[in-house]
Design a protein around this ligand. Structure first.
Ligand code: GLC
Length: 528
């Protein structure tokens, strides 16, 4: 049995806001900090505990804030530093934590550090970035590919060397082997923690260190056309180097200089590598993000199997976590369909580990089709036409049925889904059977049922496409049965009482023996 912890990031639910798309307060069509402050009461009613904000720092916006030109400011598009302080104060006033995005792997090419670095080979900041001579034939130093397509090396005429960029050429990678770089970023972390932030989600943390010998990556024998071009190679030498874990442990020590803060890592790796980021003796990230559900085939066998593999891979004492959506991946309601989106919600909020939910998923927002002339995402611009674009999951939050869904009085920076007239927060809040009401209920139950937070995870055998498990804690057992198919199903559960069904229509029903499930239905049963 797991020991009861009281740490907020273990017991709580994290909610990701993509600030450009949450709420505009000044009519420029782009969301801002004052807009978020105005929506805190909504988040409080939803019941979440912490907000993670995608980057809000000054940026040329080549990658919409993931290209930072000043780590300790606020981009005027989002407001001022005073607006940020007001947000932290207001959020804390509502009992909500604030987690910032930390983007330490790369800066904008407009960051003063890079401007200096590229100015000459003997500039003191030269070694803050990754510069390398061309091969004798003038070509790039290695075959490493940018995640956004093409070589990850950009030749710089003025100084005759290449610089490395894992993403856009406008996002040069910092040299994390240089202690001065490390210390500069650690100072950034301290700056924001002194300012009151409760932790960081660290962008592409598994990318921080690159091979010292700059060896070529091997080709990927399983690469197929239609996949992102960088997958043509296995990133053996460009990511997940062993020394990265030392850096993560250092970051953790910085976070631990302050009370009660959290360190979350963005890591797309298989479980055996992912869990290494908890660090030896759990000295690394508190929560290396577990993205397995973002690409899982949506059937009970596949999901049951991946939960078992994750649970088995976790080091002793490591706290699990689950993610259903983010600003880089297609919306869950489109991936699995509207009916299964409710089942997915019950899954996310009843698994063992901290749930992170993505803004809008609680109202069933779908992937919005983006016409070629509406494309904003640099990934889609660089590698067009194969469905890699991320704009469709970043569209404005659908607040109400009024013009532009109440997101802005101006022209929204991305189009709204045409369904916003009924698929919006106001309408769904008023409907006791809506997906939003389901989320509210699930988050509330999680708050009041220690077995959902601290209980062990015990898989239960079920026939058909049903995923079933028990969460057991302190003599209490709750059974969760999720029908991942559209047809009816039945499961022997013994005696109990239904606490919640995804249709919000079976509360209090007694069960004895068999539990009947409608198609696309999930049910939580308190077993006696
Ligand atoms: C992360 C972010 C993504 C960004 C990339 C480069 O994967 O989530 O949005 O484009 O890093 O910073």
């Amino acid at each position: 049995m797991a020991t009861a912890a009281t740490v907020w990031w273990q017991a709580g639910t994290i909610y990701q806001i993509y600030p450009r798309s949450f709420q505009d307060s000044n009519g420029d069509g782009i969301g801002d900090l004052a807009g978020i402050v105005g929506r805190l009461p909504y988040l409080r009613r939803l019941g979440i505990d912490a907000i993670w904000l995608s980057p809000i720092f000054p940026s040329p916006m080549a990658d919409f804030g993931y290209d930072i030109s000043d780590y300790i400011g606020v981009d005027p598009i989002f407001g001022t530093s005073a607006d940020f302080d007001a947000l932290v104060a207001a959020a804390h006033g509502h009992g909500l934590k604030i987690i910032l995005d930390l983007v330490p792997n790369h800066t904008s090419d407009q960051h003063p550090w890079f401007v200096e670095s590229r100015s000459s080979r003997d500039n003191p900041k030269r070694d803050w970035y990754i510069w390398h001579d061309p091969k004798p034939d003038g070509s790039a130093p290695t075959n490493w590919m940018s995640e956004f397509g093409g070589s990850s090396w950009q030749y710089d005429e003025a100084t005759g060397q290449y610089y490395y960029h894992a993403f856009l050429d406008k996002q040069p990678d910092l040299n994390w082997r240089n202690p001065a770089v490390r210390n500069a970023i650690y100072e950034v972390m301290r700056f924001w923690m002194r300012r009151g932030v409760d932790g960081f989600r660290v962008d592409v943390i598994w990318h921080l260190i690159k091979d010292e010998e700059f060896r070529d990556n091997p080709t990927n024998p399983n690469f197929t056309a239609g996949r992102p071009p960088h997958e043509a190679f296995l990133p053996l030498y460009s990511t997940d180097r062993p020394e990265t874990l030392d850096v993560v442990a250092e970051m953790r020590r910085v976070v631990d200089e302050f009370d009660d803060r959290v360190l979350i890592g963005e890591i797309y790796l298989p479980f055996d590598r992912l869990v290494a980021y908890y660090g030896s003796d759990l000295s690394g990230a508190h929560l290396p993000f577990n993205f397995a559900l973002l690409s899982a085939p949506w059937n009970a066998f596949a999901i049951g199997e991946l939960i078992a593999r994750y649970e088995a891979a976790l080091p002793l004492g490591a706290w699990p976590n689950w993610v259903l959506g983010n600003h880089d991946r297609p919306r869950v309601a489109s991936r699995v369909g509207m009916a299964q989106a409710r089942v997915a919600a019950m899954l996310l909020l009843t698994l063992r580990g901290t749930p992170t939910l993505y803004y809008g998923d609680e109202i069933g927002m779908k992937q919005v089709p983006i016409a070629p002339d509406q494309v904003q995402d640099p990934f889609e611009k660089n590698v067009p036409g194969i469905g890699l674009g991320r704009d469709g999951c970043r569209t404005p939050m659908q607040w109400g049925a009024t013009e532009h869904a109440g997101f802005t009085t101006g022209e929204p920076w991305l189009p709204l889904d045409t369904d916003y007239h009924h698929q919006n927060a106001a309408a769904l809040a008023a409907d006791p059977h809506s997906i939003l009401s389901l989320y509210v209920k699930l988050i509330e139950l999680r708050k009041h049922m220690p077995e959902l937070v601290f209980g062990g995870y015990e898989p239960v055998d079920a026939a058909g496409d049903v995923l079933a498990y028990r969460r057991v804690y302190d003599g209490q057992t709750v059974l969760i049965a999720l029908n991942l198919s559209g047809g009816p199903a039945s499961l022997h559960v013994g005696a109990g009482e239904i606490l919640l069904a995804t249709g919000l229509d079976r509360h209090g029903e007694n069960v004895s023996g068999a539990l009947e499930l409608a198609g696309n239905e999930g049910v939580m049963v308190r077993l006696r």
